[in-house]
Write a protein that binds this ligand. Structure first.
Ligand SMILES: Cc1ncc(COP(=O)(O)O)c(C=O)c1O
Length: 315
């Protein structure tokens, strides 16, 4: 019975690797650790002279597969997947700052990220200034130790569309990294890297995942930034499970179709609410009445504005 512990593992995996066919859909590699015939082969993988996987906190074929899909969608050099959007965002921010540094952020953010910036980072000696990017001048708040400017493409919950190229210009003139949460837009609506963002972060739990069946996060950027963030990814260990990576890759195949339909549906709902007696105000950048309509037209793909809208109820 002791043989059962290893029967059907390595031998079959090696035989499959030698076949001339490949599965149409990427398999799920539910393996925390990978095995090697000898220590010198393991060493070769560690020192980068051979391609292989060692331990799934560092890399897994399923992450590589979904990361390729994500990088293709975002037109970035590379991508990384995380156990949640918060994990992706916090790991990315931590990778860019140290005690004594300063961050400028929009105050209109997903609540968890706002809480982290306002209450957690100061505990580690990182100062955060919240600036209304649409009504104030960011440059006034820049300091010599400002390292990061942070915002969302479409802000949660007021649906403001940020002027990404203008913010990027300020960030780069001062040597700061511009990090954009593109969760509400997705790469089927906006691609912030094209508009000057350095790093794009996501809650993949929302539209990228699209089926409400897992929690996940993603980060996309150029090679240099991704290599830097990868160190923190393996160190902090907030990795996505191989099964969730598989679900995310599946979901990404239909992202554009879904976002087109979400955008159409949301515009119809927004127009309906705009004329509803019980609604005081509707926030949706696709509406002609939105102060962000022209900016959305310029920055967003085919005028799509995504599926999120908000409203003030009368009374
Ligand atoms: C815009 C935005 N960013 C980040 C997050 C955090 O993502 P997660 O819940 O996957 O950790 C959320 C969650 O609602 C969000 O709406």
């Amino acid at each position: 019975m002791t043989r059962l512990t290893h029967a059907g593992e390595n031998k079959i995996a090696k035989e499959v690797a030698k076949t001339v066919s490949v599965p149409k859909v990427m398999p799920i590699y539910m393996s925390s650790v990978f095995s090697f015939d000898d220590v010198s082969t393991l060493d070769a993988v560690y020192d980068g002279t051979a391609k292989g996987y060692v331990y799934s906190r560092m890399a897994n074929p399923g992450y590589d597969a979904v990361q390729e899909v994500l990088a293709t969608a975002e037109q970035s050099d590379d991508a990384l997947v995380f156990s949640s959007g918060m994990a992706a965002i916090i790991t990315t921010i931590i990778s860019q700052v140290k005690t004594g540094d300063h961050i400028i952020s929009s105050p209109v953010l997903y609540g968890g990220v706002y809480d982290y910036l306002k209450n957690e980072l100061p505990r580690f000696g990182v100062e955060v200034t919240f600036v209304d990017f649409n009504h104030d001048n960011i440059e006034k708040y820049l300091k010599p130790n400002t390292k990061v400017i942070y915002t969302e493409t479409i802000s949660n919950p007021l649906m403001e569309v940020e002027d990404l190229p203008a913010i990027a210009e300020v960030a780069h003139a001062h040597g700061c990294k511009f990090i954009v949460d593109n969760t509400f837009a997705t790469p089927a609506v906006a691609q912030p890297l094209k508009w000057g963002a350095d790093i794009v972060v996501y809650s993949a739990t929302k539209y990228l995942g699209g089926h409400s069946d897992f929690i996940g996060g993603a980060v996309m950027s150029n090679k240099e930034n991704m290599e830097h963030i990868h160190r923190f990814f393996t160190l902090y260990g907030s990795i996505m499970s191989p099964f969730d990576a598989w679900l995310l890759a599946r979901s990404m195949r239909t992202l554009e179709l879904r976002m087109k339909q979400h955008s159409e549906n949301a515009l119809k709902v927004a127009k309906f609410f705009e004329n509803h007696p019980k609604i005081e105000r509707v926030y949706y950048p696709g509406l002609d009445s939105s102060p962000y309509r022209a900016r959305a037209e310029k920055l967003f793909i085919e005028g799509r504005c995504g599926g999120m809208l908000s409203a003030d109820i009368a009374g």
